[in-house]
Design a binder for this molecule. Structure first.
Ligand code: SDX
Length: 427
C-alpha cells in the first residue's frame, strides 16, 4: 500500500499521508488539506470519513465481523458476562476474577441515587417517552455530582465509570416505574447487575420478584451484543459532546437522545410496531415489502439495512437464535416472530433488498425477545442504552485520554451572497 495519496486540484498536485489500521483499513490523513489547498471535503452523514483512531471496536461490514478489543462478538456473547465485557471495553483487557469482583462491588457502592432526583422524575407526565426521561435524568445527575472527572487521574476515572454504570441502570428502570405509577425500587447489592435490572423493573412491594435465570442469561447476552459499535450516531454524539470537555453524564445524556431516533436505536421499538401493524392488517408481508420498495411511500422496513454492514449483522444472527431459544424456554408462541421470519425470507429473496445489501440488523429480532420477557415496547430503546453504556463510556474515555481536539466540522456555504440591510418599510 502506498504511503501517500496524491490529490490534484487546478493542475497542482498535493500529497497526503496514508494511514493503515490494524485490520488493514486504509485512511487518507487530510489534517493539512485546507491549509495546503484551501479546499475541504464534503461527506454528508460521514459515510466515507473517519473521525478518530480507536482501539476499542473493529467491525468489517463486508465480512460481518464484530470484535471488542480483538475478541469476537460470538465468543464474548457465548463465554463472557456483561460486566466482564463492560470492563474489557472500558479498560482494554478482560478482567481476572479479582478485578471483576472488585468492579461489580465498586459499582454497587454507587447505585444509590440522590432522593432529590425523584422530584425531577415526578415532573414528567406519566406518558413521557422513557428515552426522553432517561436523557434528562442522566443530565440531572451532574447536579448531584458537579465535580468534573480528571481523566488523567486513574482512580477518579475508575470511580466515575462505576458511578455511571451504577446510577444509569437505576434511573433507566425508574423511567418505567414512573410510567406505571409503581414505587421506585433500589439496587440489591446481594444480586448481580442484570438480575438487578429485572428486579428494579418488576419487583413490587407486596412480593419478591421471581427471577427466571433464562431471562437473566438472555438479557446478559443482549446487553453484550449492544455494548459498542465503533463510531455509530450515538457514540459519535458522546464523543463530540465530550470533546468540548462537557462532563461524562452530560455526554451520555446526549448519546441517549441520539440513540432514541427510529433510524438508530429507536428502530427496535419501530420494528415491533411495524410487526404489530402487519399482524393487525392480516399478516400480508408481501404488501409491506412492496411499500418498503416504493419510493413514494415513506415506509421503510425497520430493522433492515445498516450504514456499515453490507452483509449480515453478526449480532442479528446471534439474536435470531436467542429469540428461538428464549421463546421456546418461556413457552411463548409469538405470531410476530413468525411474521419477522417471513419478512426476512421475502426481503432476502427480493432484488431490491439484495441489490442494496439490506439485511436484518441488531434491532430486527431484539424486540421480540424483550416482548417475550414482558418488557414494554417503550422500554426497548432504554435497554439498548443500558447495553450501549459501557461503549459510550469507553469511547468518551479514549477521546479524552487521547486529548482529541474539540469536534467542529466545516461546511460548504450555499446561501445568499453579501447583501445590504433593508429597513422594514422597504421590504
Ligand atoms: C442501529 O451505525 C450503527 O452501528 C448503528 C447500530 C449500532 O449498534 O449502533 O448498528 C444500531 O442503528 C441499526 C440500524 C437501525 N435502523 C433501522 O433499522 C431503520 C431502518 N434502516 C434504515 O433507515 C437505513 O438502512 C439505515 C439508516 C440504517 C442506514 O441508512 P444509510 O446507510 O444512510 O442508507 P440509505 O438510507 O442511503 O439507503 C440506501 C438505499 C436507499 O435506496 P436508494 O435511494 O438507493 O434507492 O437503501 C434503501 C434506501 O431507500 N434502504 C431501505 C432501507 N434502508 C435503506 N429501503 C427500505 N427499508 C429499509 N430499511
Amino acid at each position: 500500500m502506498s504511503k501517500t495519496a496524491i490529490l490534484e486540484i487546478d493542475g497542482k498536485k498535493y500529497e497526503f499521508p496514508v494511514i493503515v489500521g490494524t485490520e488493514n483499513e486504509v485512511a487518507i490523513d487530510i489534517e493539512k488539506l485546507r491549509g495546503a489547498t484551501g479546499a475541504i471535503t464534503l461527506d454528508p452523514g460521514y459515510k466515507n470519513s473517519g473521525s478518530c483512531k480507536s482501539e476499542i471496536t473493529f467491525l468489517d461490514g463486508e465480512e460481518g465481523i464484530l470484535r471488542y478489543r480483538g475478541y469476537s462478538i460470538e465468543d464474548l456473547a457465548d463465554k463472557a458476562d456483561f460486566l466482564e465485557v463492560a470492563y474489557l471495553l472500558i479498560f482494554g483487557e478482560l478482567p481476572n476474577q479479582a478485578q471483576l469482583d472488585k468492579f461489580e462491588n465498586d459499582i454497587r457502592k454507587h447505585t444509590l441515587v440522590n432522593e432529590e432526583m425523584k422530584s425531577i422524575l415526578e415532573g414528567f407526565p406519566k406518558t413521557a417517552h422513557p428515552m426522553g426521561v432517561l436523557s434528562s435524568l442522566t443530565s440531572a445527575l451532574t447536579a448531584f455530582n458537579p465535580k468534573s472527572v480528571n481523566v488523567e487521574n486513574e482512580k477518579e476515572m475508575y470511580d466515575a465509570v462505576c458511578k455511571t454504570m451504577g446510577k444509569f441502570l437505576v434511573i433507566a428502570t425508574w423511567t418505567y416505574r414512573r410510567r406505571m405509577g409503581f414505587p421506585l425500587n433500589y439496587y440489591d447489592n446481594t444480586k448481580g447487575y442484570v438480575e438487578n435490572f429485572m428486579r428494579l423493573m418488576f419487583e413490587i412491594p407486596t412480593q419478591p420478584y421471581k427471577m427466571d435465570q433464562k431471562i437473566v442469561d438472555a438479557l446478559d447476552k443482549l446487553f453484550i451484543l449492544h455494548a459498542d459499535h465503533e463510531q455509530n450516531c450515538s457514540t459519535s454524539t458522546v464523543r463530540i459532546v465530550g470533546s468540548s470537555h462537557a462532563g461524562l453524564f452530560a455526554s451520555i445524556s446526549a448519546g441517549v437522545s441520539a440513540l432514541w431516533g427510529p433510524l438508530h436505536g429507536g428502530a427496535n421499538q419501530a420494528v415491533l410496531e411495524m410487526l404489530e401493524e402487519i399482524n393487525n392488517n392480516g399478516g400480508d408481508v408481501a404488501k409491506y415489502v412492496l411499500k418498503a420498495k416504493d419510493k413514494d411511500d415513506p415506509f421503510r422496513l425497520m430493522g433492515f439495512g445498516h450504514r456499515v454492514y453490507k452483509n449480515f449483522d453478526p449480532r442479528a444472527t446471534i439474536i435470531k437464535k436467542a429469540a428461538d431459544d428464549v421463546l421456546d424456554a418461556l413457552g411463548v408462541d409469538d405470531p410476530l416472530l413468525d411474521i419477522a421470519k417471513q419478512l426476512e425470507k421475502v426481503a432476502l429473496e427480493d432484488e431490491y433488498f439484495k441489490s442494496r445489501n439490506l439485511y436484518p440488523n441488531v434491532d430486527f429480532y431484539s424486540g421480540i425477545i424483550y416482548r417475550a420477557m414482558g418488557i414494554p415496547v417503550e422500554m426497548f430503546t432504554v435497554l439498548f442504552a443500558i447495553g450501549r453504556l459501557p461503549g459510550w463510556i469507553a469511547q468518551w474515555k479514549e477521546m479524552r485520554t487521547n486529548k482529541e481536539p474539540i469536534g467542529r466540522p466545516r461546511q460548504v456555504y450555499t446561501g445568499s451572497p453579501s447583501r445590504s440591510f433593508k429597513e422594514v418599510n422597504q421590504r
